[in-house]
Write a protein that binds this ligand. Structure first.
Ligand code: SF4
Ligand code: SF4
Length: 423
């Protein structure tokens, strides 16, 4: 990635510290990913993206900026990419998934903040991630308290627009979210200098729906008895979907899905027969957080599905494509996004139904409910999740972890015992 030093310099990055990150990432990726056997050939694209993670996509974004496009950095699956794309803007996910950035976040945030927030703030303030430097504007949301306050801190360093998320799902909350999306469109128009028209928005809705359909095809392949792809590889595809161009993302995912369908037809599996199938539910796993998948898949089981924002919540449910007015389209967007079941909503029975449904669809032998340390909303909701799974006769293990490796051994012991208990 050394070819990109000039670009990083121009972005005002801390090159010395960034070098340390560049040194550890290839080894971590090699250990976790390249050690796998019989991977689908299509994963070569994502391997390449990771090998150039701070180079290739950032340079595309900078090129687009030179051509007058604006880049919006987002932190949550409720922010509608469609609106940005309709105004010829670009969206990039910004959630931090590495311990490397956590100490930077702890300089300004309480230690008992979830690692995702600390890493995201650290990546910006320590100037060690090009994506955090490139974004012209950050788009936040009032989901959890930690994020809300973190956006205030970030706003001292970068323009931030915060969308006011409803916390319930009554009819008026759907209207409120449609109105927030309309306000967001105004902000995007101002930033980009481009109008959001019904025609442009209709096109953008199709682009993102196509991306959702392609991601779903890969996930559907994981329902097969013989698993054609590991959970780790599916997770990587999902994590990079937040950063990539949506049209290319759909194209590459469809290619991968074609290969997986062929593998299923040929009876090719990446795991030995009888491997236990695990559904993961809980807080998101931002790149490069591969810790749990790696532990599970080196302990005799396979991850078959993630009921997470880095999982089914990102692609399930399409936006209605038949609306022809902005009013109708904002409402259609609100209807789709409000179907997401984040623990920030109360009550949130929809998520419990989703987990039980997905456990059946993906033929999971057991569920691991994972919580990022200090995320109180998912932690608390775990009470209902675990009770419902027990009532449904589905074995469940609740765990809490962070981005460090200090608990890896202990987690492995617990996860191995859980897998063994599955029979
Ligand atoms: S867990 Fe909730 S707050 Fe976090 S990205 Fe998902 S929807 Fe947004
Ligand atoms: S994991 Fe929990 S605490 Fe962390 S950002 Fe998401 S909702 Fe907030």
């Amino acid at each position: 990635m050394s070819d990109y030093v000039k670009m990083w310099e121009d972005l005002g990055m801390d090159l010395e510290t960034h070098d340390q990150l560049c040194q550890v990432l290839p080894t971590a990726f090699g250990d976790v990913y390249l050690s796998q056997e019989n991977r689908p050939e299509g994963m070569g694209f994502w391997d390449f993206v990771v090998s150039e993670i701070h180079g290739i996509r950032p340079s595309e974004l900078i090129e687009a900026q030179k051509n007058g496009q604006k880049v919006f950095g987002t932190f949550c699956v409720y922010v509608p990419d469609e609106v940005v794309i309709a105004a010829n803007g670009i969206v990039t996910g910004l959630c931090g998934g590495s311990q490397f950035w956590v100490p930077g976040g702890e300089k300004v945030l309480p230690k008992n903040t979830c690692p995702l927030i600390k890493a995201s703030v650290g990546a910006r303030l320590d100037r060690t991630c090009p994506f955090f430097r490139i974004a012209d504007m950050y788009v936040g949301e009032t989901t959890c308290d930690g994020k809300k306050k973190a956006y205030e801190i970030l706003a001292e360093d970068v323009p931030v627009h915060v969308m006011d998320m409803p916390q319930m799902k009554r009819a008026e909350d759907y209207d409120k979210w449609a109105h927030e999306i309309e306000l967001f469109a105004g902000v995007v128009e101002e930033q980009t200098g481009n109008k959001v028209t019904p025609e442009k928005l209709a096109e953008a809705i199709k682009i993102i729906n196509n991306k959702r359909k392609a991601l779903k095809r890969v996930y559907d392949a994981r329902k097969a008895d013989k698993l054609p792809i590991s959970g780790k590889d599916a997770l990587l595809m999902m994590q990079i979907a937040f950063f990539d161009d949506p049209v290319r993302c759909a194209e590459m995912c469809n290619k991968l899905a074609d290969e997986l369908d062929q593998r299923i037809a040929d009876g090719v599996s990446v795991f030995p027969e009888g491997t236990k199938r695990i559904l993961l539910t809980g807080t998101p796993l931002a790149i490069p957080n591969w810790k749990l998948h790696h532990i599970i898949e080196t302990s005799g089981a396979a991850v078959v599905c993630e009921e997470m924002c880095t999982g089914t919540r990102y692609f399930e449910n399409l936006v209605d494509e038949t609306q022809t007015t902005l009013e109708g389209q904002y409402k259609a967007l609100a209807d789709r996004y409000m179907k997401n079941n984040c623990a920030c909503f109360t009550p949130n029975e929809g998520r419990i139904d989703d987990i039980i449904r997905l456990a059946k669809e993906y033929k999971a032998d057991g569920v691991i409910d994972v919580n990022l340390k200090f995320c109180s909303i998912y932690d608390t909701e775990g009470f209902f999740v675990e009770r419902a799974l027990k009532e449904a006769g589905i074995p469940v293990l609740g765990i809490e972890t962070d981005y460090t490796d200090s608990d890896a051994e202990q987690l492995k012991t617990r996860i191995e015992a859980f897998i063994e208990m599955l029979g």
